[in-house]
Design a protein around this ligand. Structure first.
Ligand code: MG
Length: 157
């Protein structure tokens, strides 16, 4: 068994779609980033890579590489799950938290789990929690959204 941790944050700006866990969420602002800035997918990707001892998302999908411009992070997540499989790892479970003052994310959690399951994470292996930050810090002021994830991997066979 191997464990990994992941963290990510992105700035909220006007004129961008808000995509979290592969789900487009209606909001007046979206997350700014090179890809679709899906903060939850990025934290999950880093937790899987961390458990594998394979560095981080920037090493595998550099933002200097035009190939990943505007990329769907669900696609990046599928690639990382594929890599884990190739290296002989199976995902036991992932737990995650998204920290956002607005919008309220609870109504979208089931849709996020569905979309993550299409990337290769079975619904039973993933848990998503949504928290506000009680008005404190950059998340609390609505300047950005953050996400944290932990992943447990097992060696296959
Ligand atoms: Mg990111």
């Amino acid at each position: 068994m191997r464990i990994g941790i992941g963290y990510d944050s992105h700035k909220l700006v006007e004129g961008r779609k808000l995509i979290i866990g592969g789900v487009e969420i209606p909001h007046e602002k979206g997350l700014l980033g090179h890809s679709d800035a899906d903060v939850l997918c990025h934290a999950i990707i880093d937790s899987i890579l961390g458990a594998m001892g394979e560095g981080d998302i920037g090493k595998h999908f550099p933002d200097t590489d035009g190939k990943w411009q505007g990329a769907s992070s669900i696609r990046l997540l599928s690639k990382v799950i594929e890599l884990a499989g190739q290296k002989g790892f199976g995902i036991v479970n992932i737990d995650s938290t998204v920290i956002a003052e607005k919008p309220k994310l609870a109504p979208y959690i089931e849709a996020m789990k569905d979309s993550l399951s299409k990337a290769g994470l079975p619904s039973a292996s993933i848990n998503i929690k949504a928290k506000s930050n009680e008005g404190m810090g950059f998340t609390g002021r609505g300047e950005g959204i953050a996400a944290e994830a932990v992943c447990l991997l097992k060696t296959r066979g």
